[in-house]
Design a binder for this molecule. Structure first.
Ligand code: AMP
Length: 580
């Protein structure tokens, strides 16, 4: 066939922002957003975003300017996902759990021109601005007030969000993306293993991620989507834009509490939600007064941390149908999805949960995913046992780290993005993460996967949270140390279990060398707001602990709050554990 030239007349850059205009036409009168007593239609959302973009431009915002936001999952946060790129700018959503110094670091590094702040976070924003280095320009601040019940809080006589909406011109054409590789968002990594880095997403990467995730999660039209995952986490794993593509209803909630989740499901007929596995505990441990009956199946996409098989089994018995995904900020959210095979439905529940706990196969937007020995870049055998580093390449991998060539270069090898996660590939092609490379425990020369030990701990009926880290050992170099939180009784008191019982449970269920030599009981494990257990904090604590075999075990001692430990352990525990 005759070779046709590339058709410039037909070039249309991919951008997820285009989903909104389409939604305003095809889903015009359908509900786009529900928040408390506020309801918008897709037509209204489109108009509001056009007005927002027009106001941003009149404030001098232009292409590639960074606009930051500190807000929970409220309608304004959703609208900014469209309004900011419709002004040609780059959206930077900030984790609301960061402290003022960290927020200041991100504002200075991103050179944000504007900062939108939900009224609840005004004190944090004020402090952050005080922490800005003198060399950094202070962004103009716009407060976002409650729509239906304004508090009147403003920052230094500045503007309020609804003023921008009402003052904008909806007839002004939105910014047209010229190049699909242009930046749409800047998301900082959570910094659990190193200092936060600014990950730049392209319009193309975001568009392709949306498409592949909607397909692989099987999201049909008009879903009712509950915002239980923070929109600041990888732009809500791209479902901010994705809901416009499907004409969905965005149910916004301020906090991911059991009461809000159950109320939203029962009042609005939620069909889909995303969350970290830690939210399953919130749902399962809800008090009777917060619970509502779940009358139809709720599809949940979970990821961000390994979901223990035992927890998957429990949550699925409660009316939630889980799809497991694995990803990271650098991959525009989920990079792997554990696609389900109909024949697996016939397997016993425990086996199904173990299959689902695997991280799965590549998202369609990825060109390829593999597990490699990163020194030789050789693929490991597909035997479910050989460990290697998970590597990715494809359009939804970030453009790079903002103003950080050194880390960008270090993150890629031969075109592959090195995730820092250690995993295996099973013979059926499904990947399973065994650890972060920095979390692998090396005991007497043997690699121990903390995830494998945690999986067994979660099978103990009293364990609700578990994390395993390396603890120094005079003979083995390192040995596993387990931190666990126990289930509570109806009065909210933690159950009582002896350290030896947990260790015996492990002995009965895993190879001897993997058995934790110390178990520390905590009220709750320390976590990031995106549900990742802060293992470096636990490692610090473990450094000062001794293996159980090396201390004179005394009968278990109980604190008022139900902390369980032998006397020796109690003395070595740092204060944060014994208090709540
Ligand atoms: P973040 O960039 O903050 O989303 O963190 C990404 C990291 O979270 C990954 O590199 C993994 O270590 C971890 N992670 C995300 N999803 C999963 C999952 N489904 N299973 C195990 N670890 C996960």
């Amino acid at each position: 066939m005759e070779k046709l030239p590339k058709c410039a007349a037909n070039y249309t850059p991919l951008s997820p922002v285009t989903f909104l205009k389409r939604a305003s036409m095809v889903y015009s009168h359908r509900t786009s957003i529900i928040y408390k007593s506020t309801r918008f239609t897709w037509n209204q959302t489109h108009q509001r975003c056009l007005r927002l973009a027009s106001s941003l431009r009149s404030l001098g915002i232009t292409k590639n300017d960074v606009v930051s936001v500190l807000a929970p999952n409220i309608p304004a946060m959703y609208e900014l996902h469209f309004g900011v790129p419709m002004a040609g700018a780059v959206l930077n959503t900030i984790n609301t759990r960061l402290d003022a110094a960290n927020v200041a670091t991100l504002l200075a590094h991103s050179e944000a021109k504007l900062l939108f702040v939900d009224y609840q976070f005004v004190p944090l924003a004020r402090q952050a601005l005080c922490h800005l280095p003198s060399s950094a320009a202070s962004p103009a601040v716009i407060v976002i007030d409650e729509i239906d019940d304004p508090t009147g809080i403003r920052m230094d006589g500045g503007l309020e969000y609804e003023q921008l909406i009402s003052g904008g011109n909806p007839d002004e054409a939105a910014y047209e993306v010229e190049d699909e590789w242009d930046a749409i968002a800047l998301n900082y990594t959570s910094g659990t293993t190193s200092a936060p880095k600014g990950v730049v997403y392209s319009h193309r990467g975001a568009y392709l991620s949306v498409m592949s995730l909607l397909l692989q999660w099987g999201v049909g039209n008009q879903p009712v989507y509950l915002w239980s995952l923070p929109m600041f986490h990888c732009n809500g794993w791209t479902f901010t834009w994705g809901m416009a593509a499907r004409g969905g209803t965005n149910v916004c909630i301020r906090t991911t509490s059991a009461a809000e989740i159950y109320r939203a499901i029962s009042d609005h007929g939620v069909t889909h939600m995303c969350c970290a596995p830690v939210v399953f505990n919130i749902i399962l441990e809800a008090s009777p007064s917060d619970r509502r009956p779940i009358n139809s199946r709720v599809e949940v996409l979970t990821g961000g941390a390994p979901p223990p098989a035992a927890l998957l089994e429990k949550i699925e018995q409660s009316g939630f149908h889980v799809t497991h995904a694995y990803g990271m900020t650098e991959a525009t959210g989920p990079a792997l999805v554990c696609e389900w095979w109909a024949e697996w439905d016939l397997r016993p529940a425990e086996e199904q949960a173990a299959l689902k706990a695997r991280q799965g196969i590549s998202a369609l937007a990825l060109e390829e995913v593999d597990v490699k020995d990163v020194k030789s870049m050789e693929s490991v055998p597909r035997d479910g046992r050989s460990l290697g580093e998970v590597v990715l390449r494809g359009s939804n991998v970030m453009k790079g780290y903002f103003k950080n060539e050194k880390d960008t270069n270090a993150a890629f090898k031969g075109g592959w993005f090195l995730t820092g996660d250690v995993g295996v590939i099973h013979p059926d092609g499904y990947l399973e993460i065994k650890d972060r490379s920095k979390d692998v425990i090396i005991s007497g020369g043997e690699n121990i996967s903390s995830v494998e030990v945690e999986t067994v701990l979660y099978r103990h009926p009293m364990v609700v949270e578990a994390a395993v880290v390396a603890m120094p050992h005079p003979r083995w170099g390192e040995t596993p140390c387990a931190f666990v939180a126990l289930a509570r009784d109806e009065g909210g008191e933690q159950q009582r279990v002896r350290e030896e019982e947990i260790i015996n449970h492990c002995r009965n269920n895993m190879a001897r060398f993997m058995v934790p030599k110390k178990v520390v009981f905590m009220e709750e494990l320390p976590k990031t707001s995106t549900g990742k257990i802060l293992k470096f904090e636990l490692r610090e604590m473990a450094r000062n602990l001794k293996p159980l075999e090396m201390i004179t075990t005394q009968p278990a001692t109980w604190t008022k709050k139900g902390l369980i430990a032998s006397q020796d352990n109690m003395q070595t525990l740092p204060t944060p554990i014994t208090t709540n």
